[in-house]
Write a protein that binds this ligand. Structure first.
Ligand SMILES: [Zn+2]
Length: 324
């Protein structure tokens, strides 16, 4: 088939993940889902109790955090939290966040663009596309900015926790906004002929990119960090596992109040409470390294509720940051 030049509404399918291996992996993951309830992971108390805690940064500045209102839908708990059936359902959403620092305003996980079903989803292979397609009334990032009266020109950059499609697709409507991501994540997402499963390259291509390294000291239970502004108010911490360059974004909200934006390290706080990974289906498709994801989960659980953890897809965790 001749290669065609991508146009605004005809994405370049040559970077699409090949379908057959995805179907094979999906069958394996779906079979594993049946065993989730009878073969739960053993708690690794040795790893958890051996984790040093380097404590919080000493910030000299603070930021404000705003969660964009989003449609939440109930999903079966067993499809989110491995082996857990009570409560029967939990809420899931695709929340985006706005952070204002004294010297910059940025978006964490700009999730959804207008018309995402036609403009981004076609690059995802089936059956993943069917599983992750958002409801028709999902709210785009530009729609949220409009609702809040924030001009897109106010946004200085985007800071995704990782580069899966549903954490960057909103950038399709914001072509002028640069992106900041870890070198490991960028090389994983963009450095191969075919996009890794869950990555859609269209929101990332033809865009200014600044790469950072996690070259800073341990923070809390995380081994590496990067202080974005050098003032302890926005500190990225290593949450590799879900993807190779996944980070958590630790925000100082002032007066000893902190929030740890956890991306997809967990999909719901119930996972931290019960120390359970994401369900085998779709977790085996979406986690690049299941063992690494489990270690990151244990690092989150070892925080013992000292700071607020905000998974991108948990609307209850994000609710306190909605602008009312
Ligand atoms: Zn993800």
């Amino acid at each position: 088939m001749p290669r065609t030049t991508p146009t605004a509404d005809a994405p370049d399918l040559s970077s699409r993940t090949p379908r057959l291996p995805v179907v094979a992996r999906s069958v394996g993951a779906a079979a594993a889902l049946l065993l989730d309830g009878i073969r739960p992971d053993r708690p690794d108390e040795a790893f958890r109790s051996s984790l040093p805690d380097a404590g919080l940064p000493e910030p000299s500045a603070a930021v404000t955090l705003t969660a964009f209102a989003q449609v939440a839908r109930p999903v079966p708990t067993f499809a989110i939290v491995r082996g857990v059936r009570k409560p029967a359902r939990v809420l899931s959403s695709m929340t985006s966040f706005l952070v204002r620092h004294p010297s910059a305003t940025f978006l964490i996980d700009p999730a959804i663009c207008d018309g995402v079903r036609d403009r981004v989803l076609p690059q995802l292979p089936q059956p993943m596309r069917a599983v992750v397609t958002p409801p028709a009334d999902v709210i785009s990032v530009t729609g949220s900015l409009d609702d809040l009266g924030i001009p897109p020109e106010d946004i200085d950059f985007a800071l995704p926790t990782h580069l899966h499609w549903d954490h960057v697709a909103g950038l399709v409507d914001l072509p002028q906004i640069p992106i900041r991501t870890s070198r490991a994540e960028w090389e994983w997402a963009m450095g191969t002929a075919r996009a890794p499963l869950g990555v859609v390259r269209r929101p990332l291509e033809n865009r200014a990119v600044t790469l950072y390294e996690l070259d800073g000291p341990p923070v809390l239970t995380f081994e590496r960090s990067h202080d974005l502004f050098g003032d302890g108010s926005v500190v990225l911490v290593d949450m590799a596992g879900h993807t190779p360059g996944s980070v958590g974004v630790l925000l100082h909200l002032g007066e000893g109040d902190w929030a740890l934006m956890a991306g997809d390290a967990v999909w719901h706080l119930l996972q931290v409470e019960k120390v359970r990974p994401t369900a085998s289906f779709p977790g085996r498709l979406t986690d690049a390294d299941r063992a690494g994801a489990m270690r990151t989960l244990r690092r989150l659980a070892a925080l013992d509720g000292r700071i607020a953890i905000v998974p991108t897809h948990d609307p209850d965790a994000a609710a306190r940051y909605l602008r009312r």
